[in-house]
Design a protein around this ligand. Structure first.
Ligand SMILES: [Zn+2]
Length: 305
């Protein structure tokens, strides 16, 4: 009786692994398709929040600026659009999936230099990823809209509207970028710096339709970077990609990470070593070392948002 053959690696995965391996600097950009496998709903698409509840007004940032205290009161009283409540509940419950852990494994193997995520869930950090730019911010931090100072909430939640910034008097909001709010300059510059360094981009679970993040992918391509797409669906980006893998993020990243671990493919030995300096510089361009004002916080229980 013949022994069953070991299942062959998907040719697209193998091609992507070779491309990553032969590239001098690899940057991944992740989108909503990455988070959806952790149970976080998307806005658009068949089961998207906007499809379910209708598209909300796109002027969230100007409404915040007009009345920061009123905005905070609504947040604290959960007096919000139904789609925001569903999103927050999903964010609280979410855990990293195998794709997040595979990205961290690729980083540790020296196969991946940096990740730019459009997601706000913090799951990459939870999975241990070091070199990360959260282009749309992170809900577990506060940010001053005047000077951009960030404060990590860690295990605390806001129970009173925050006082204005002690440095500049600006209003304080969540670090998350609102509709109508520009991506903070320091974040955008850090992302652009990574795109300029990249010789290979891996676009994972992104529809490549939300600016300015999507624009970075086209800039990378125009600068000569190769582009690998991991997405179950065709996107605006597909036609310019060098390798397209029609798969979920979890499946494809796991297969890729295994190739970089596997001695038979001898990819790990040939992969670049991780630079210990950049390895330690998570969010290196974006400081958020401010001291917490504990008077308007309480310890994290179950309702972070
Ligand atoms: Zn400030």
């Amino acid at each position: 009786m013949l022994r069953p053959e070991k299942p062959a690696v998907d040719p697209g995965i193998l091609q992507a692994a070779e491309l990553i391996h032969s590239s001098s600097y690899v940057v991944a950009m992740t989108g909503a398709g990455m988070s959806v496998e952790s149970g976080i709903p998307t806005f658009r698409g068949k089961d998207g929040l906007w499809t379910k509840y209708g598209q909300p007004p796109m002027d969230g940032f100007s409404r915040f600026r007009a009345d920061p205290a009123g905005w905070w009161q609504k947040q604290l009283n959960r007096d919000m659009d139904a789609h925001m409540i569903e999103l927050r509940d999903a964010l609280v419950a979410a855990e990293p999936h195998t794709g997040h852990h595979a990205l961290t494994a690729l980083e540790r193997a020296g196969a991946l230099n940096h990740v730019i995520t459009q997601n706000i869930d913090g799951l990459d950090l939870k999975a241990g990823l070091k070199n990360l730019i959260e282009i749309h911010g992170n809900r577990s931090r506060l940010r001053c809209i005047g000077c951009g100072e960030r404060t990590a909430l860690n295990d605390f939640v806001q129970v009173e509207p925050p006082e204005p910034c002690v440095h500049c008097g600006g209003a304080i909001k969540f670090d998350t970028v609102m509709f109508g709010e520009p991506v903070p300059t320091d974040t955008m510059e850090a992302a652009r710096e990574q795109i300029d360094l990249a010789s290979c981009i891996v676009a994972i679970g992104t529809s490549a339709s939300v600016r300015p993040a999507s624009g970075l992918l086209w800039i990378a391509k125009s600068q000569g970077s190769t582009v690998i797409e991991i997405n179950p669906f065709e996107t605006k980006l597909s036609s310019i990609c060098d390798v397209v893998i029609r798969s979920t993020a979890g499946d494809a990243l796991n297969q890729l990470a295994k190739l970089f671990e596997s001695p038979e493919h001898n990819l790990r030995d040939r992969a670049r070593s991780v630079d210990p300096e950049t390895d330690l510089n998570t969010d290196s361009k974006i400081g958020y070392g401010a001291t917490l004002n504990h008077s308007n916080l309480r310890e994290y229980e179950h309702d972070r948002f």
